[in-house]
Structures are given as structure tokens and as C-alpha cells.
Design a binder for this molecule. Sequence first.
Ligand code: MEV
Length: 447
Amino acid sequence: MRKRELIAGFSKLDRLQKIDKVLHHIQEEQNIKAELESYRHTNPQVQKLFDEFSENTITNFFMPYGISPNVLINGKLYHVPMVIEESSVVAAASNSAKFWSTRGGFKASVKSMHKIGQVHFVWEGDGAKLHYLMPDIKERLIKRTALITSNMRARGGGILDIELVDMTAQLDNYYQLKATFDTRDSMGANFINTCLEEFAAELRMFFLECKHFTDHERDVQIIMSILSNFTPECVVECLVECPIDDLAGVDDTLTPLEFAQKFEKAVRIAQIDIHRATTHNKGIFNGIDAVALATGQDFRAIEACGHTFASRNGRYSSLTDVSIENGVFKYTLTVALAVGTIGGLTALHPLAKRSLQLLDNPNAEQLMMILATMGMANNFSAVKSLITKGIQLGHMKMHLLNILNHFGATLAEKEAAVEHFKTHKVSFSGVEDFLICIREKEVPNTI
Ligand code: MEV
């Protein structure tokens, strides 16, 4: 293997040169090159689109695109596209969706869609004066961005408020302009950031021009202007409920009441223990992220916000809550998340566009409800498995094909393995033994 070297001017190289540069020290160079090429799209126009989504693109990275059918949300049936590599996620969501489809389905609602952006600045001056002048500042900021916000205002959105936040007690001379936006059906990141940068420029001008300031007070240091991915007002609530007796059939080892009570304990644990809460919420994001990816959302923003929201009461906790009252089992998920159904990748990525079509072209509010529902569907299945059969049974069954592929199993071997492992516990070594046995024409001894 040749020594790996620093590559100067990498972004200026063309795609094949980039591949040469990164692979030249690797032994299997030619095989890897061929493989990278094989994942490129056959239609050059589509490939160009993908190449231009990002920088230094050399090929595409495939992920499975699946459907979780029969998801009943507020009385409407969806077959929800999910993009995810984890074997059991689509199956878990589908099981849960099927179960709740005969028990009233999922009910979801959106509380608000307001988003926050901040201009962080440092200023050594009389804070009371700044507070007093804030209405003038606000007026100038709104005026300055009138052109930028005109389309958004025509759609019913725009800048809702701008307030001055005095943070000087926490950090010397530190203030914020905290603006609230309504970006309607768009995620609005670019819109918000553009407005904020204009605010910052106008603020600088204001300090220079305003006659109320001393010379010393004309100096402002803009630290940064950026939206906040914490959108605690973009809140969606999702719930399932049914009489406890209707939980019959959810598991054959527990009575409906035992199931409900054990489920409740599991959720309480996720509410009080951060280690469990993190994993519990990860299961929720299995569903949310998969739909976010399929519909071209910024899943990093969604996750960041969700986890901050889970800490909103001062300690990281479960995003779900459960109650058993008057013989009714009620399970709720409350999560803050911001999505867009116009702009961004939603119209550009061919499959994101198709996903939205499969979902009847939802607006942002509807998509928030779909995402939260799929989070809840996944979480319900996960907690159900955890408190009954354990997670590995279903998980490893779904993972079986991955293990078989790892060992290069043929179609016939896969068929035999799927049959065999219907009644045997799946494990990595168990599958390996099975394959060794059938390859040697022996009867496998997997337990
Ligand atoms: C695995 O991807 C997700 C779970 O760990 C979630 C949970 O523990 O609730 C099964």
C-alpha cells in the first residue's frame, strides 16, 4: 500500500481525478473504482442533479426505500415511505400501524409552527437605552427586509416578532435580537438566515446613525446571525388510546391489563433514567428519521431539536407519556420538529418528490403529524417487544438476510435458512454454523 498524502486543491479536480487521488494508495483500486461507477445513475441528467447536491461527489450511496402500509392518522389512511438501513424499523412501524388501525388509529395535532432566529451581538453601552430604542430598531429591521419577506407574507407567513434579549448577566455585554418567523410550508432556513444577516447589517447602521448614542456606544460587534434549530413552538402531539380490553392480542404471554401496566412502567423508566430515555427516544427517531429522509427533510435539524425538546424541563427525558385511567390505555408523544414540504430537496430529489406524492402532497403541518406518528408507531413496537419477547427475536429475524449476505449465501441457501430459522434462534454464529452444515450437507444443529 502506498502512503496516504495530503491532497491539495481537491475540490477543483474532476470526479475521476478525485477518485484516482483517494484510491491510489489502496490495493483493490480497480475493483473499488468499478464498484463506485456501478452506483452511478444511468440517466446523466439525474446523476448531475445528485452530483450537484453536495461537494466532492464521486458516486451515490444507496439506502433501502420501503413502505409502512396502513397508517391511520386522524381517520386518513397513509402508506408511508421510509428510508432506513436498520432491518427491523419498517416492520416494527408496520406492525404497530396495523395494530392501531383497528383501534381508532393515531390522532395527531400541531400546536404551532413558529421558528426562531437570533442575531448574537456584543455591545458596551447603556442597556436601558437599547431597550427604550427597541421599537425603532424593530421598525427598521422590518422595513429593511420588506422585499425579502414579501413572498412569504403573501403566503401568510413572515416575521412575527423581534425582541431584544439581554444576556449581559450571563456573558459580558452580550445581547440577542431574537426573531420569530412563520415560514409556512417551507423549512425556511435560508429565508430566516437571509433576514437575520440583513438585521445584523441594519443594526450596525442603527448604532452608527442614532443620535441617542455616545461615540463609545456606536461600536457593536456582531458575533453571528443564525436560525435556531430548537423550535419549541413547532410542536406536534400524537396519541393512541383504547379500552384496556382492546389490547387483547397484542401479546400472548400477558393479559391486556398486565401488558398495559408493564408498558406504563417501561415508559416511567424512560422518564426518570437518562440512559433509558436516550434509547427510548432513539426508537422514536427510527421512525421520524426514516420518513424525514424519504421526504427530503433535514433530519439532523429534526433530531437536534427533538433531543433538546426532550430536555426542556431541565433533564433529558422520554418524549412519550402514558396513562391508564378509567380502563383506558392512552399513549402520547409530544415532540418539537420543523419540516418543509416546499423548497429544499423536496422538489429536487426525485424520490423525495415521489414520497410527498405518495403522502398526497401534505403541507408542513400534515407532514409533522406523519413524522410524529411514525415515531410513535416505532416506539410502541419497540417497547412492546422489550416488555414481552425481547427485542432480539424480531430484530435478528429481520437481520437474518444481512447475515446470510455477509456469508455470501446463495438463493437456495437463503430459502433453506429462512425456513430453518423460523423455529430456531437467529445469531451470527448460528447462521454461520447453519451455512457450514448445509454446505457440507449436514443437518444443522442450531439451537
Ligand atoms: C433500536 O434501533 C431501537 C430500540 O433500542 C428502541 C428502544 O429500546 O426503545 C429497540
